[in-house]
Design a binder for this molecule. Structure first.
Ligand SMILES: [Zn+2]
Length: 271
């Protein structure tokens, strides 16, 4: 079991039936799917923060076709590589969504303990239902409900985070693996939207308190034959709303699509 802590006072929990209670008597319910909702009501900016259901369904359908499997496998292998000499490591998948990558990482590093965190309750509910061997919680990445220096490795795929929090929860010499889009990512989709495609600027991030120890570029061509798979891919991107009916129709005149996937995987070690 992951030792989540109270997000309000940082005390540890004692389980009482279907509730986790801290020594200051803050209560958090364990959902019937087994996840813990640790998002204090006052820190929600909307009723259901995080990705909405439509975006999640599109992402889920697309991921199920294996379109990003190469990425998931690369992240899982990289995770395993850096944990080779660690026994029973604690791994956190930050911004895990509905747990697609979390599950693949968990398979690869089955001797270690992995948990997933996301601010979206619909996504976490789905994850907890599907992947029973992983601990999931609804929480903010800006206020991670885990004790100081309790995590050996964090994976952060496309998710926002706060350097101070990463610094706080990762053990000394522990790792952070991040995935961000590289310049050619989904170029052929962006080409339809923009008159002139600007290559994404590579986000070579420097994270306070960490040293970058590896950078991997993962680039491959995705062949899409089903119209629905293409639509799902579009609907899970942040630029979905820029596709007018006209532009979508133009794209759909083709019968199969070759789309570049380009990811920047970076590994950081805590100083
Ligand atoms: Zn508390």
């Amino acid at each position: 079991m992951t030792s989540f802590i109270c997000p309000l006072c940082q005390a540890s929990f004692n389980r009482q039936d279907k509730t986790q209670v801290c020594e200051n008597n803050h209560h958090f319910d364990i959902a019937k799917e087994g996840y813990l909702n640790l998002l204090p009501v006052q820190s929600k900016s909307s009723k259901n923060p995080g990705d909405n259901k439509e975006m999640m369904s599109a992402r889920r359908a697309f991921l199920n076709t294996g379109g990003y499997l190469a990425l998931a496998e690369k992240v899982a292998q990289t995770t395993q590589h850096y944990l080779t000499n660690v026994e029973q490591a604690s791994v956190l998948d930050l911004g895990c969504g509905e747990g697609y990558y979390t599950a693949l990482i968990s398979q690869q590093v089955s001797s270690h303990h992995i948990c997933g965190l996301d601010i979206s309750k619909v996504a976490i509910r789905y994850a907890a239902k599907r992947y029973k061997n992983i601990d999931f919680c609804v929480a903010s990445a800006y206020q991670i409900p885990l004790a100081d220096e309790s995590i050996d490795l964090i994976t952060r795929i496309y998710a926002p985070s706060k350097a101070e929090e990463l610094m706080r929860v990762i053990k000394k010499n522990g790792y952070l693996i991040t995935v961000t889009p590289a310049p050619r990512h989904l170029y052929q989709l962006r080409e339809v939207i923009y008159e002139q495609v600007e290559a994404h600027l590579q986000e070579n991030e420097a994270i306070n308190g960490f040293t970058k120890i590896e950078q991997i570029n993962l680039n491959y061509e995705l062949i899409i034959e089903q119209e629905q798979q293409l639509k799902d891919l579009i609907n899970m991107t942040p630029f979905a709303w820029k596709f007018t009916q006209e532009k979508l129709a133009l794209l759909l005149t083709q019968s199969n699509w070759k789309i570049e996937c380009d990811f920047n995987i970076e590994v950081f070690q805590k100083n």
